[in-house]
Design a protein around this ligand. Structure first.
Ligand SMILES: [Zn+2]
Length: 115
């Protein structure tokens, strides 16, 4: 379950952010996870909860935002959500599209309580 390693990195990034503001308390961490990133959201949430339980981060709230696969049409430039496989552009039916979203795995935001 590589979600444990990812959860660790998320928690560390949150702590680093909180440490930059002396005495600030971590409240909330938002994470963006693309549907193509290979990360299981439930497993990630479980790992985040398990790693923070009983620690001083017990009360931190984690928000996991799912990013759907997005393609951009190379002919008309419109962006659209697509399923697991490439789909033609809904605007002009072109097959020439480029993957522009769905592989995200990053920190969306870190909310801290100022002392
Ligand atoms: Zn198009």
């Amino acid at each position: 379950m590589h979600e444990i390693g990812i959860a660790n990195a998320i928690i560390e990034a949150g702590q680093t952010e909180a440490a930059r503001r002396t005495g600030a308390k971590l409240l909330r961490i938002g994470v963006r996870v693309g549907t193509l990133s290979g990360v299981d959201n439930d497993a990630l949430r479980f790992a985040l909860t398990a790693l923070t339980r009983g620690t001083d981060l017990d009360a931190v709230d984690f928000e996991i935002q799912t990013c759907l696969r997005r393609n951009r049409c190379l002919d008309c430039g419109s962006e659209f959500e697509s399923g697991v496989y490439s789909e033609p552009c809904p605007g002009c039916a072109s097959q020439r599209t480029k993957l522009v979203g769905g592989e995200e795995l990053d920190l969306a935001y870190v909310e801290v309580e100022e002392p």
